[in-house]
Design a protein around this ligand. Structure first.
Ligand code: PRX
Length: 631
């Protein structure tokens, strides 16, 4: 048995002693009494009774040995600036931020919502919340005001932290008016809004009595030292909202101790990073990848982390490789969509810089197609490791682990089950195990390992009902992905089992988009499906039935309606969810019992065979779909 297979086996058969060893990687202010409490399945509590803190592990613990080492390097090709914080400097500013957040009455267990661009203050605020034991909830800056409001009402934050504006390709995205709108829409708006004024939005207007200026308060609290709030291992560190099949986003709740241990472990064993080295993760702090591998993972491991604000192709397609060369990056983490964007550029950019420091490039978030995988691998001359995980798990489920043994990449596969995960591929019909090369549902037999979500924020029943009820009578965590394992044990991910689509690595529920489309006054019914896209993986496509057909009789009329519907989606969810097209029909293909034939619809949209249509209520619906697609 290879070293990795042995490690994985031990993590399952000898779970407790395995995780006791891993838990040594972090600082415990008080040691835990019990490794795992699984007395209330499927709720798992790891390292029961242990006291720790994410901020302490990310910063304070390193001060003695690496106070002068860069901790955070902020590089912005939007503002043409670069700022480096050593561990000591980051510790200082995090203390100031913690002091000014605490001065707003925020304490242990209180929520703080962050709606931030990719600036150091986003990282500083996350760490400051962690220091105080406050629960941060970062909402991706690309989400619309209405989406932000839904999350505010679920998390009920005491404080919201934002900036005047973000930047994208040199264009300002004004955050403050968006936050103002979100607070108008919310039922439980926080009393205070802390604003980092970058000086980008000249028309920026604070709301008197509500908005606080970060720079002013930071001066007032200069030099503050804020003691760490020690949390019991299972106390929440953060909430991160993600999409599912219903329109209502789920608050993925993360613990403290289990998460710290899982991240510390993965930094070495999976990513093969070494303290003192540099990691460059190109995600956004608003996503789980940003939480785990821009902020907490690298810092807990004593690495330097890079926070990049900008596009991968500005000022040119060599910018990321320039950063790798300049900062001697050893571990890089990006997304398949970014890889496909770079693949369209001049390959000379990949040869222009000295990439000798780089050992591995990891990609995750969406399926990595074999041609892109192969291209990048060859062009870089370094192992490109596709790995698979979810917001829910917080760290990889399937990966190669070059930190344990050399990685044998198989194109198109994210590799093997990560230690700690008792992963199975089950037949949908009877929950029996799929044979090699046979498709099955990817499930994790609980208990979920440390670091994974502990519940849905405020809704234990929803946690159980959503994730553990796929197979009646069996408590198994469903990833809602299809997978297949080949004879060598490599797993391949084949797509979602539910109605979630993946647009450029952003996970979006088709139901959410349908609800947004339906907010348009002339829409009677709508179906949104994900259609394969060569760059973004998938794009949403909407088929809409209108109430007043006179509005879509002319081409100009249809164009106007389509634009209005797209604007409605932008308003409700944000531009990332906007359908590529809205096609008008008078009938949607449904079964006689009224169920939408979603898979057939998707197949037709992708030019594939729609499959078994014997249950269709009215075949005329299909003709309409075919016709609409041909226009
Ligand atoms: O469908 C899978 C897909 O993205 C989903 C999780 O998305 P999210 O919660 O945003 O978390 C991303 C964390 C990296 C999964 O259920 N997915 C993620 N990685 C891969 C993938 N599909 C195929 N291959 C991957 N490597």
């Amino acid at each position: 048995m290879g070293a990795y297979a042995d490690l994985h086996r031990r993590s399952i058969t000898d779970r407790e002693s395995f995780w006791i060893e891993e838990a040594r990687r972090i600082h415990w202010q008080r040691r835990f009494d019990q490794v795992l409490d699984y007395s209330r399945p499927p709720f798992a509590r790891w390292f029961v009774g242990g006291l720790t803190n994410l901020c302490y592990n990310a910063l304070d613990r390193h001060l003695a040995a690496r106070g002068d080492q860069p901790a955070l390097v902020y590089i912005s090709t939007e503002t043409d600036s670069e700022v480096t914080y050593t561990y000591r400097e980051l510790h200082t500013v995090v203390n100031v931020m913690a002091a000014l957040i605490a001065a707003q009455g925020v304490s242990r267990g209180d929520r703080v919502l962050l709606y931030m661009p990719m600036i150091p203050e986003a990282v500083i605020a996350m760490l400051a919340c962690a220091r105080l034991g406050a629960v941060h909830s970062v909402v991706f800056g690309g989400f619309a005001a209405a989406s932000c409001a839904t999350r505010i009402d679920d998390a009920k934050p005491k404080l919201l932290i934002t900036a005047d504006a973000g930047l994208r390709a040199g264009r300002a995205i004004h955050y403050k008016p968006l936050v103002d709108e979100a607070l108008r829409l919310a039922q439980y708006p926080p009393q205070r809004v802390l604003v980092v004024n970058r000086g980008i939005d000249a028309g920026f207007k604070p709301v008197a009595g509500r908005d606080l200026d970060y720079a002013t308060l930071a001066r007032e609290h200069a030099g503050a030292q804020v003691p760490v709030t020690w949390l019991e291992s299972s106390e929440p560190s953060y909430i991160l909202y993600t999409s599912g099949t219903t329109g209502k986003p789920k608050g993925v709740q993360r613990d403290t101790g289990g998460y710290a241990v899982a991240l510390a472990s993965s930094m070495e064993r999976i990513y093969g990073g070494k303290p003192g080295e540099t990691m460059f993760t190109t995600s956004d702090v608003g996503w789980v990848v940003g939480h785990s591998y821009i902020v907490y993972g690298p810092l807990i491991h004593g690495m330097t982390t890079i926070l990049y604000e900008g596009l991968p192709i500005r000022p040119d397609a060599g910018i990321w490789w320039k950063i790798v060369a300049d900062k001697k990056v050893s571990v890089m983490f990006s997304s398949p969509t970014a890889a496909r964007v770079l693949k369209k550029q001049d390959p000379a950019y990949l040869k222009k810089y000295d990439l000798s420091s780089l050992r591995h490039l990891f990609l995750a978030g969406e399926p990595l197609d074999e041609p892109t995988h192969r291209w990048l691998h060859d062009a870089l001359g370094k192992p490109v490791i596709d790995h698979y995980w979810q917001t829910e798990t917080g760290w990889p489920i399937l990966s190669l682990a070059p930190g344990v043994e050399p990685a044998q990449v198989k194109y198109g596969s994210p590799g093997f089950p990560v230690y700690g995960y008792d992963l199975k591929l089950l037949r949908e019909s009877d929950a029996s195990e799929a044979a090699p090369n046979e498709k099955g549902v990817v499930i994790i037999a609980p208990p979920l390992p440390p670091g994974c979500m502990t519940t849905v924020w405020g809704d234990d029943a929803r946690f159980v009902d959503t994730y553990f009820r796929t197979f009646p009578g069996r408590l198994l965590y469903s990833t809602f992905d299809w997978g297949v394992r080949d004879a060598d044990g490599y797993t391949f991910i084949l797509g979602r089992t539910d109605d979630v689509i993946n647009v450029a690595g952003h996970r979006i529920g088709t139901r959410e988009i349908e609800e947004a489309v339906q907010s348009h006054a002339n829409i009677a019914e709508v179906a949104v499906v994900g259609v394969a896209d060569s760059l973004k993986g998938q794009m949403p496509l909407a088929f809409a039935v209108v109430k007043d057909v006179s509005k879509i009789e002319t081409e100009a009329g249809r164009a106007t309606q389509e634009q209005e519907i797209m604007a409605a989606v932008d308003r409700q969810l944000g531009g990332i969810a906007r359908p590529s097209r809205v096609l008008f029909v008078t009938l949607l293909p449904k079964t006689r019992s009224g169920k939408l034939l979603r898979r057939s619809l998707q197949a037709l949209a992708e030019g594939r065979d729609p499959g078994d249509l014997t249950t269709i209520e009215d075949p005329a619906a299909l003709e309409q779909i075919r016709h609409a697609l041909s226009t």
